[in-house]
Design a protein around this ligand. Structure first.
Ligand code: NAD
Length: 337
């Protein structure tokens, strides 16, 4: 019997995780819950997901909109083995999940302290086996871990400085900005460094972030000092043996995030999502054997999606071997390598 998964919050992340779960043979979506009867609620029904109102007080809004629901989140939780919470940060559903006795995964908008367990499939799958509450860190954090973890395993990392050029908002949002400004994050380090340490506690990392008027991707410029000397070829080999990375090449016309998203569209994936972190292989440089520089780009709406699927498998012990779970998820989502 496939594991029964509820989705609370059917927005940018929730709808993608729901579709990714539907592609697995060992788990299924038993329902999605929403606060508002908007177009995404209608699309959830069209896709065949049982729709629930999040709370009793929003039920009349669904009735008025003529959108039929199966009940409220409380009822949905009774049917579920695990809930993926993709609501905005600090929505406060932990007591409800505890009351229902259901396992839960939160997203990167939440603090690590909510679960004291943050997940990355390649880095700490085993630590999350059987866990009750887990957080999948943010898109940027997941992106940094994807390239830094294999480097740390193969060469050791002395220290990292990552400068993150962040997208202003997601393509489907017309409210947030900036639309004609560059906004530095004045907090130092930006929250991303400590967030990486929620999965890799020993990594010496400092992060700086600026927000720019783009919606499609984040870009990271990374400087890492390695403990052991390495060549560019060895670095690329280590990443090729890792997972969920996609190499792109400036020499082949991939000059910016625009061409990376064009590749994602050409791949024909749902919503043109790019689950992998894109790394420019001709943008990798080593100075004096240990000083490494590289650039990577993160499709913020989708890189955390396969991580959510693997987190479900670990927490419900559907698969105890992290590598096998990663391979299974990758196969189902069409991720190569
Ligand atoms: P979203 O706004 O696109 O979707 C949120 C969903 O939750 C919507 O269905 C909305 O109706 C519902 N909702 C809104 N307020 C609610 C409330 N008070 N209670 C219950 N439901 C409510 O948000 P998102 O971008 O999918 O973000 C969800 C989580 O994922 C956040 O923690 C965010 O930080 C994280 N995240 C977002 C991105 C991204 O790029 N969008 C990337 C990685 C992680």
């Amino acid at each position: 019997m496939p594991a029964k998964i509820a989705i609370n919050g059917y927005g940018t992340i929730g709808k993608r995780v729901a579709d990714a779960i539907s592609l697995q043979d060992d788990m299924e979506v038993v329902g999605v819950s929403k606060m508002s009867p908007n177009f995404e609620a209608r699309l959830a029904i069209e896709k065949g997901y049982p729709l629930y109102a999040t709370t009793k007080d929003v039920l009349p809004k669904f009735e008025q909109a003529g959108i039929k629901v199966h009940g409220t989140l409380d009822g949905l939780l009774e049917d579920a083995d695990l809930v993926v919470d993709a609501t905005p940060e600090e929505s406060g559903f932990k007591p409800a999940y505890e009351k229902a006795g259901v396992k839960a995964i939160w997203q990167g908008g939440e603090e690590h302290s909510l679960t004291n367990l943050s997940f990355n499939a390649a880095a700490n799958y085993a630590e999350c086996l059987g866990a009750k509450f887990v957080r999948v860190p943010s898109c940027n954090t997941t992106g940094l871990i994807r390239t830094l973890y294999p480097l740390d395993v193969h060469f050791g990392i002395e220290r990292v400085l990552a400068v993150m050029v962040r997208r202003a908002t997601d393509p489907g949002d017309s409210k947030r900005g900036p639309i004609n400004a560059i906004e530095p994050e004045l907090e130092m380090p930006s929250h991303h460094g400590p967030d990486v340490q929620s999965v890799l506690p020993k990594l010496n990392i400092h992060t700086i972030a600026v927000k720019v008027p783009t919606t499609i991707m984040h870009l990271h410029a990374v400087s890492a000092v390695l403990k052991r000397k390495a060549s560019v070829t060895e670095i690329l080999d280590a990443w090729r043996r890792a997972t969920r990375l996609k190499f792109v090449r400036g020499a082949e016309g991939v000059k910016s995030t625009a061409q990376i998203m064009e590749i994602a569209r050409d791949l024909g994936r749902p919503r043109s999502d790019l689950y992998e972190i894109a790394v420019w292989d001709d943008g990798v440089h080593i100075v004096d054997g240990t000083q490494l520089y590289y650039f990577q780009a993160v499709h913020q709406e989708s890189d955390v999606v396969p991580e959510n699927v693997d987190a479900i498998r670990a927490m419900l012990k559907l698969e105890t071997n992290g590598r096998k779970s990663i391979e299974k998820t990758n196969r189902a989502l069409g991720i190569g390598g």
